[in-house]
Write a protein that binds this ligand. Structure first.
Ligand code: GLU
Length: 449
């Protein structure tokens, strides 16, 4: 038993809670899918550190079906860019069923890449490459998301091929509007193959976690798509991933998600986790009944709704004070009076846009008006590029307002600070320790610095 088994326990509890649900039936419009075991129920979760947790039938193989769609959309965005992909496929929720004739009046573009019409076009957009045909690229890309080589379930592929008239009809219809980039037969064949790629719930959780982790597979460490592409895919999953149930899903569960008719379901907690379930019986929107119930409960139980941010993550500014309050301050005399004039702001953790705003506000609040200020970044672990520009601009403003600013930056997080020099004509004093920085400021006040 390890402590992290508590995470596995929570998946097992969800499984136990919903395993007995008997509603729904496996899809049968693709005859091979009707053969799935209706009792199979697997759950898996992958963290941003690549830790994998699972319960039940998490290693039972099944076909991706529509869960392939966000990943092929990611591949298309990576290869062609958003503008080109958007010429062919929209990004508006259709509010319609997965196999609807969902084409925009006027342009004939499918509404989005999560419904069949849009997915078939998206698949058709993937170009062949020298020595690598489009399908091999698709298979390879999905494998990088999963962190292992995947293969096709030929029986499911054949089963959909011989019965998939509606998708074929959709493809012809799309060609008639002028928005089908390749031959419709070829497009649908490739799409059926992509839907028949075999995965497990654990694979799906890894794929979802890759989208959560800015396009980096947290298990293999490979950058599969860019962070920008991953964010865009999540946006479309959030609004369109659950077909005509997308609005209700976002309302209740609050996580970008994608369902498939074989019973797979993924959900993504951006920068937090990827989760997947497998259970073949479906509801009327073509989503897994148990998967839906389990993820809805999980979101509520663990407070995972994307719009729910009750507490700010960790505090950035740990201390705003004057130097006389520090343990190192002299106990009396002129020295102490000088220390009373020096403002001190201590920050910690990783600094992004929101955290930088807090640091800048604290600098303004610190110490007496116009007095020198020390910004201590000793406990700061990282400063992103946006925050860096904000901090440097803020420090330059302080200096231009006549305040003396010094930084404790033993790890050189503020870089060469050219921006400050450019804007103020001087370098900021940089120190290895807070005591040194405060002493420097006090000496400057005394006219010795
Ligand atoms: N291959 C299936 C179809 O095109 C996928 C549908 C789904 O999983 O929602 O009908």
């Amino acid at each position: 038993m390890s402590a992290a088994d508590a995470v596995t326990d929570s998946l097992q509890n969800l499984r136990a809670q919903f395993a007995g649900v008997r509603e729904g039936r496996p899809a049968d419009y693709i005859p091979q899918l009707a053969l799935a075991d209706p009792d199979a129920f697997g759950l898996a979760l992958v963290s941003m550190d690549g830790h994998r947790y699972s319960a039940g039938e998490a290693e039972v193989p099944f076909t991706l079906q529509s869960v392939s769609k966000p990943f092929i959309y990611a591949l298309a965005l990576s290869l062609l860019g958003l503008d080109e992909v958007s010429r062919w496929v929209g990004a508006e929720p259709s509010g319609e069923a997965f196999n609807a004739i969902s084409l925009e009046p006027g342009t004939g573009r499918p509404a989005n890449a999560m419904v069949n019409a849009g997915a078939i076009v998206t698949t058709a957009l993937i170009p062949d490459a020298p020595g690598d045909d489009a399908f091999r690229r698709i298979l390879h890309c999905l494998g990088r998301f999963a962190g292992r080589e995947l293969d096709v379930d030929e029986e499911v592929f054949r089963s959909e091929s011989v019965t998939g008239d509606r998708n074929r009809a959709l493809a012809y219809l799309i060609r008639s509007t002028g928005t089908m980039p390749v031959d419709p037969v070829l497009a649908v064949d490739r799409y059926f193959r992509q839907c028949a790629i075999r995965v497990t719930a654990l694979d799906l959780a890894t794929m979802a976690a890759t989208l959560a982790y800015g396009g980096v597979n947290p298990v293999t460490g490979e950058q599969v798509v860019s962070a920008e592409v991953a964010a865009r895919v999540l946006a479309v999953m959030a609004t369109c991933g659950m077909y005509d149930g997308s609005g209700d899903w976002l309302l209740r569960v609050g996580l970008p998600a994608k369902s498939g008719v074989s019973g797979g379901l993924i959900a993504v907690g951006p920068a937090r986790f990827g989760v997947a379930t497998y259970s073949p019986p479906l509801d009327s929107t073509g989503g897994s009944v148990r998967g839906h119930a389990a993820l809805e409960t999980m979101s509520r139980r663990y407070g995972l709704h994307l719009m729910l941010n009750p507490a700010l993550p960790g505090s950035t500014v740990t201390l705003v004070t004057t130097a006389d309050d520090l343990p190192s301050a002299p106990s009396a005399g002129h020295e102490r009076v000088l220390h009373e004039q020096v403002g001190v702001v201590v920050a910690q953790g990783s600094i992004d846009f929101t955290a930088a705003e807090r640091v800048l506000y604290a600098l303004d609040e610190s110490g007496p008006d116009g007095g020198p200020v020390v910004l201590d970044l000793h406990d700061v672990t990282s400063v992103d590029s946006v925050a860096l520009a904000m901090l440097l601009t803020g420090l330059a403003r302080l200096v231009n307002d006549g305040r003396r600013a010094a930084v404790v930056d033993p790890n050189g997080l503020l870089g060469a600070m050219e921006l400050v020099r450019e804007r103020t004509g001087q370098d900021l004093p940089r120190h290895a320790t807070r005591v040194e920085a405060v002493e420097g400021s006090a000496r400057a006040l005394a006219g010795e610095g």
